[in-house]
Design a protein around this ligand. Structure first.
Ligand code: SF4
Length: 326
């Protein structure tokens, strides 16, 4: 169940003297967005819900809010990211209500295999439980480190699918608390340290080393598919926190220096369907690193990250995760 704290939101909006607000939501919080809009309207604030699905704090609809004459934006589901926003924005992260200690207790024998010094990381959903988890593990005799991370993350110990800076601390191994594979695989690849993922919902513990190997094999296959490509589309996104124009230009230059044709493409929601009709042999996505990976099955042309392109061009040998550094 998601805690909206709608009265606090109303207070903040009143402090901002808001007459009209735009509410932005990820897929899983549409009903909460609807409830919030109704509540705010009952309290005299005109509320518009954005029907565009949002995947991260990197994609605030502040420009749209401004265009619609809104005095503020409410961004549900994600924590604050430092961006140059055009209207005051209230970020309301989604915190999960699940007992992380129960899952940790169940997996103590696996956790001990990480070594004595553990770096603890999680996604924003479980960030409030991180100190509780630290205390629990310290009582079990571990030295627990929680990295501050760089300016792209809001909380110590928080990782994003594009940023694992909080995991890069002196430690023997990394303990990730959360569901899903993408984040802990990213942690394992970014730190090159033994990484154990504990899912607080199922109570399962999974070592990421094998998962990361399997994942890298798939990415090498994608790199091999692009081997004969001559014409590359280099895509960046107009989403504020994904716009990496400098990096995209660097990639175009690199390709040209290696005798390839390269064209910069800019789009908001990057998807293969929208690119059909272009005559490129392969693409490099210089935006959210999840796009060329999560969505690869839907691409009929090879699609790489900038780091993978460097491997293709013979500029690096080791596989490296594409991160956006804040
Ligand atoms: Fe998440 Fe991708 Fe945005 Fe990073 S760029 S915050 S991984 S949606």
């Amino acid at each position: 169940m998601y805690e909206l704290h709608e009265r606090e939101v109303l207070e903040k909006l009143r402090e901002l003297d808001t007459k009209r607000v735009l509410i932005q939501t990820p897929e899983g919080l549409k009903r909460e967005a609807q409830f919030l809009a109704e509540f705010l309207e009952e309290n005299g604030i005109e509320s518009l819900i954005s029907g565009d699905i949002n995947y991260g704090a990197c994609d605030p609809a502040d420009r749209e809010a401004k265009m619609l004459g809104c005095d503020a934006l409410i961004h549900l589901g994600h924590s604050y990211m430092v961006l140059n926003l055009e209207v005051p924005t209230i970020f309301i992260p989604a915190f999960a209500k699940v007992d992380v200690i129960k899952a940790l207790s169940k997996n103590m024998s696996e956790i001990r295999k990480l070594g004595k010094r553990i770096a603890l990381v999680t996604t924003v959903q479980h960030i409030k439980d991180l100190n509780k988890a630290k205390e629990f593990l310290e009582n079990e005799g571990f030295e627990v480190r929680i990295g501050r991370g760089d300016g792209r993350v809001s909380f110590p110990g928080q990782v994003l699918g594009c940023n694992f800076s909080a995991a890069k601390v002196e430690a023997d191994g990394i303990l990730f608390i959360g569901a899903g594979y993408f984040h802990p695989i990213g942690v394992a690849l970014a730190t090159k340290k033994p990484t154990l993922a504990i899912n607080p919902y199922s109570g399962d513990a999974i070592w990421m080393d094998k998962e990361a190997e399997r994942w890298i094999r798939k990415r090498w296959a994608q790199i091999a598919k692009a081997y004969d490509a001559e014409k590359f589309g280099v895509i960046t996104s107009t989403k504020k926190g994904q716009l990496r124009l400098g990096e995209a230009r660097r990639v175009v230059k690199l390709l040209k220096e290696h005798g390839k044709k390269a064209q910069l493409i800019v789009m908001n929601h990057i998807n293969y369907q929208a690119l059909e009709g272009f005559d490129f042999d392969a693409y490099v996505v210089v935006a959210c690193p999840r796009v060329p990976i999560d969505d690869v099955e839907n691409w009929r042309k090879p699609v790489l990250t900038p780091r993978e392109l460097e491997i293709l061009l013979g500029l690096r040998e080791d596989y490296e995760f594409d991160e956006i550094i804040g």
